[in-house]
Design a protein around this ligand. Structure first.
Ligand code: SAH
Length: 357
């Protein structure tokens, strides 16, 4: 079975080269070229025989961009094809301070949040560290970027399809590969990891010496209500989540963020605002309000802009630091998993039509 070369760090590449009877300094060359978006065939600084040898054991490249959708606001959605035929998606958001790439960490997801399109067909499989990294590599290359001062991606958010902490080892390895000086060199400080609240792994992450920004999808401050939209709430309570976040702050010194989707009659109520204030006032945290991206497979509705600002006003008046996330990429199936889902449905439809004709 062929492997993906982007899964290997420098030390691992060195030991592969040693097995081949090659010089270890080639590891750095290979790592840098792969990080800059070269396929194995393109790494012409290494001897042809080594390239051929590598291609016997490894795929020439880890993933390919098969579709891009550009929004009026400049946001670009990418559909990537993995070597086993699975497709995943990523989103590039352009801000004044730089470019942020939102990456997927799993093919599908098994958290089954009621509002999310990524989880409709459950989890297909975990993505490897190199597959996640290759999303960043591919988009950096797509933008004409290279390594060091030529890098086009400044920030990475783990907020695409999948639950990053349900794929813990690969995600942590990805963050280390991403921050490698000979690679893309993106500091963990510029990485945000979003979780639906897997507390055990949140404690583990606090010990990794990786100062990533921790974001938790809270979406409701009442356990009984949260359970209705997020099954993971049956495992961990809101108070356990806040404890795990406080521990993260103590260990890393990094303020944490709560994401909060505004769903009509479910999460955008006055009672929810009051409870959020009661729970979070004085905590080293920020609340990021998100407008619901309506997904046709569920019957949840968002709220008007006016009501969203009213909810924001309640939190601010209660002493919380909060913002309402600006709308981005609405015209291009911006929400988690929507593009992949549409792609899969369209391909299935095409296949069915072909079979019928
Ligand atoms: N599994 C992780 C990260 C992926 S989702 C997590 O749960 O945090 C990234 C964010 O998008 C989460 O806050 C998620 O709840 C939110 N989200 C998912 N579907 C959405 C939708 N239809 N509209 C708005 N936000 C959505």
């Amino acid at each position: 079975m062929k492997k993906n070369i982007s899964d290997y760090n420098l030390i691992e590449l060195e030991s592969i080269l040693k097995e081949y009877g090659e010089k270890p300094f080639r590891a750095k060359q290979i790592f840098s070229f792969v990080s800059a978006g070269s396929s194995i065939s393109d790494i012409t600084v290494i001897p042809k025989e080594l390239r051929e040898r590598l291609k016997e054991d490894f795929f020439d490249s880890t993933l390919t961009i098969i579709k891009t959708l550009t929004s009026k606001d400049g946001t670009i959605k990418f559909l990537f094809l993995l070597n086993d035929g699975n497709v995943i998606e990523g989103v590039l958001m352009k801000y004044k301070y730089g470019n942020t790439l939102c990456v997927s960490t799993q093919v599908g997801c098994r958290m089954h949040c009621a509002f999310c399109a990524s989880t409709i067909n459950g989890l297909v499989r975990n993505m490897s560290a190199g597959e996640i990294l290759s999303e960043v590599i591919a988009v950096n290359k797509y933008l004409g970027g290279g390594l060091s001062d030529k890098r086009q991606i400044t920030n990475v958010v783990l907020m695409g399809s999948g639950e990053p902490l349900d794929n813990y080892d690969n995600v942590v390895k990805f963050i280390r590969l991403l921050s490698e000086k000979d690679g893309l060199n993106v500091s963990p400080r510029n990485v945000s990891l979003s979780t639906s609240g897997l507390c055990k792994e949140m404690y583990k992450l606090a010990e990794e010496k990786l100062p990533v920004n921790l974001t938790v999808s809270l979406h409701n401050p009442f356990d009984s209500e949260r359970k209705k939209i997020m099954p993971v709430a049956n495992k961990y309570s809101v108070s356990e989540i806040i404890k795990a976040c406080d521990n993260y702050f103590e260990k890393t010194g990094r303020r944490y963020i709560f994401e909060y989707v505004l769903i009509k009659d479910k999460t955008a109520t006055k009672e929810c605002a009051d409870e959020l204030i009661r729970l979070l006032k004085g905590k080293p945290c920020h609340v990021n309000l998100i407008r619901l991206n309506e997904v046709k497979e569920n019957n949840l509705s968002g709220i008007s802009d006016k009501d969203a600002y009213r909810f924001l006003g309640l939190l601010e008046k209660g002493g919380l630091s909060a913002t309402l996330r600006r709308k981005i990429g609405e015209d291009i199936d911006g929400a988690c998993g929507q593009l992949r889902r549409r792609y899969i449905m369209e391909t299935e439809e095409k296949r069915r039509e072909e079979n019928e004709s």
